[in-house]
Design a protein around this ligand. Structure first.
Ligand code: MG
Length: 230
């Protein structure tokens, strides 16, 4: 097995806060959103048929799934819950994650009374940046991520013109604002940027835990551009 990579940065443990109770129903979907999962099936995902869809919920099975559609700058909403029957500790409890562009992981973990490294807990940019606060709900309770993502930009020579930038609300609570993503988010190697397409699929992680999802949608972010008539 490869050796674990650590950044060497010492982070405080994010304060635990109560974000308030979950909503019983999935939150409303904007009219222009692209629905990636609305409780019916995972047809919008490669390998979606490998996961279990039941009662309007998609449960992680033995593989990652990747969206058929590709996205660059985008708003993502997703709702997830970690298993109500708690098993495992640290990174082994309720672990999944959403990889923006398939490369940059926003960690999903049961971080409710479950110690792990700060930059690996729920809401962390994995191995790079902890959330400002720990806004987790109890295991088995529905939670949400609302993500605004600006993809990295590359120069023609492949160097980084501008890092990826991410804003995240966890259960409605701001946990990242304008955080620069340092690159890929591997367990065993430092972040790096290799030039890639302007849009790439989203990926949801199988980490061996039966995390469940409902209500996943995306809105590509298209800037509004003004003009000054002569
Ligand atoms: Mg993960």
């Amino acid at each position: 097995m490869a050796d674990e990579w650590k950044s060497g940065i010492v982070w405080p443990i994010p304060s635990v806060i109560d974000p308030g109770p979950p909503t019983a129903l999935p939150s409303p979907i904007p009219s222009d959103a692209i629905r990636l999962f609305d409780g019916k099936n995972l047809d919008a995902w490669h390998s979606g048929d490998k996961w279990l869809v039941h009662d309007g919920v998609a449960q992680v099975r033995n593989t990652d799934i990747t969206s058929r559609e590709s996205f660059g700058d985008c708003q993502v909403h997703l709702e997830f819950r970690t298993p109500d029957v708690v098993s495992g500790t640290g990174q082994g409890r309720g672990n999944s994650g959403i990889f923006l562009m398939g490369l940059y992981e926003l960690q999903i973990l049961d971080s409710f009374d479950n110690e792990t490294y700060s930059d690996g807990q729920c809401g962390a940019i994995y191995k790079q940046h902890p959330p400002m606060v720990n806004a987790c709900r109890k295991p088995g309770a529905w939670q949400s991520f609302d993500i605004h993502f600006q993809s990295p930009r590359f120069n023609p020579d492949g160097s980084v013109k501008r890092a990826g930038i991410i804003d995240v609300a966890h259960n409605g609570v701001a946990i990242h604002t304008a955080v620069q993503i340092a690159g890929t988010t591997a367990w065993d190697s430092p972040p790096q940027y290799l030039p890639h397409a302007a849009t790439l699929p989203l990926r949801l992680q199988n980490h061996g835990n039966p995390v469940e999802f409902r209500n996943i949608w995306v809105r590509p972010l298209v800037p509004i551009v003004g003009s000054r008539p002569q």
